[in-house]
Design a binder for this molecule. Structure first.
Ligand SMILES: NC(=O)c1ccc[n+]([C@@H]2O[C@H](COP(=O)([O-])OP(=O)(O)OC[C@H]3O[C@@H](n4cnc5c(N)ncnc54)[C@H](OP(=O)(O)O)[C@@H]3O)[C@@H](O)[C@H]2O)c1
Length: 350
């Protein structure tokens, strides 16, 4: 007995990782469908070690009979097709920014607010947060539980895979181009990304911040606590996979470095690597391919009454996207879709 799962955006960075994570974690599937645009219809993608799936065109794809649809085809495409999938009876877990702030759509990180999954019945859609938000809230949750967070100041160092396949190609091609004296071609990023850093992710907003920075603040409040103040500077760096964050946290109550370290050690999904010696911390290169959110460089911020600094690193394609979505699917499968009566959305009129 398994569930019928559709992966929409299956040829992309996140979609491929989703197929990999579903297979690795032996998610109970009866059938898996790979879905993408008409451009890749008929192409093949791997599911686990020995299964090959033929990609189907989303426009003509019928979601009837699908239990869970894992979406990552971009916000505009999700806007159009996720409600269609939900109407056909699938529970959609959407990785794009489209539904994250919809009050009728839960925004979930299973280590932080798994109880919110129950709200899926409202629209048949669950949103996966932004990659930078996910890793930060996993690290903040155990600290918030101990000493209540007042304010967070974060600077991110985000890899190019967070911007999709073509962005990874752009870093590769520019890097090679520099060595062989070819002209630098900029298509995806606004400035040269090879051997550079760019303080601009997503569009600019009226107040001068970028949408990525706004997302980190708004999503953290929705997932963790609406009272927390967050200010972010989001920066793209020439790393292929793995996001890093320098996080400054101010608390209501005192929290020693030792207590924070112990709380983080016990927290689900967190791995503390903090040795205060050469190589005693984690970098994105080491986090790539791993499931954990790594926390290093835990130290007191002496400029405020109760403050700590942390260095938080995770694989943005795994915990920042595919793994988080599959973990949500696991909770859904286990707690909401496992009994015969627990398919309330099947055949729903909208
Ligand atoms: N990368 C991350 O770290 C990350 C983290 C969290 C959330 N996300 C979000 O997840 C989404 C996908 O990201 P990605 O990195 O996987 O991008 P990507 O590598 O560029 O892949 C995009 C995927 O969407 C499909 N697609 C595009 N237009 C489509 C259409 N009209 N109909 C059906 N499928 C379509 C593509 O299929 P074709 O091959 O047919 O073009 C491809 O499978 C984005 O919204 C992104 O913001 C990404």
């Amino acid at each position: 007995m398994g569930l019928k799962v559709a992966v929409v955006g299956a040829t992309g960075n996140v979609g491929r990782e989703m197929l990999g994570v579903l297979a690795e974690r032996e998610f109970p599937v009866s059938e898996v469908h790979a879905v993408a645009s008409e451009r890749s219809a008929g192409a093949e993608v791997s599911f686990g070690e020995d299964e090959i799936l033929k990609v189907q065109d989303l426009d003509g794809y019928d979601f009837k009979g699908v239990d869970i649809a894992l979406f990552s085809p971009g916000a505009k495409v999700s806007a159009l097709h996720a409600p269609r999938a939900a109407k056909a009876g699938a529970v959609v877990i959407d990785n794009t920014s489209q539904f994250r702030m919809d009050p009728d759509v839960p925004l979930v990180v299973p280590e932080v607010n798994p109880e919110a999954i129950a709200q899926y019945e409202k629209r048949g859609i669950i949103a996966n947060p932004n990659c930078s938000t996910i890793q930060m809230v996993v690290a903040l949750k155990p600290l918030h539980d101990r000493a209540r967070i007042k304010r967070v100041v974060v600077a991110t160092y985000q890899s190019v895979s967070g911007a999709g396949r073509e962005a990874m190609d752009e870093l590769f091609n520019q890097t090679r181009g520099i060595y062989v004296n070819d002209p630098i071609v900029k298509e995806h990023f606004t400035k040269q990304i090879a051997f550079n850093v760019i303080p601009h992710i997503d569009v600019f907003m009226d107040d001068g911040s970028t949408k990525e920075e706004w997302k980190m603040a708004a999503e953290t409040r929705k997932i963790l606590d609406p009272e927390i103040a967050v200010t972010a500077t989001c920066v793209r760096v020439p790393v292929f996979i793995g996001h890093a964050e320098a996080v400054n946290v101010e608390f209501e109550q005192s929290l020693s470095v030792e207590t924070a370290r112990e709380a983080l050690r016990r927290a689900p999904g967190v791995s503390v690597v903090d040795h205060r010696v050469d190589e005693g911390y984690v970098t994105p290169q080491e986090a790539a391919g791993e499931d954990a959110v790594f926390v290093s460089r835990i130290r007191r911020d002496p400029t405020v009454a109760h403050g700590l600094n942390l260095w938080v690193v995770a694989d943005n394609l795994r915990k920042g996207a595919a793994l988080n979505a599959v973990q949500i699917a696991e909770v859904l499968a286990r707690e909401y879709l496992s009994s015969p009566s627990a398919t309330p959305l099947r055949g729903r009129g909208g």
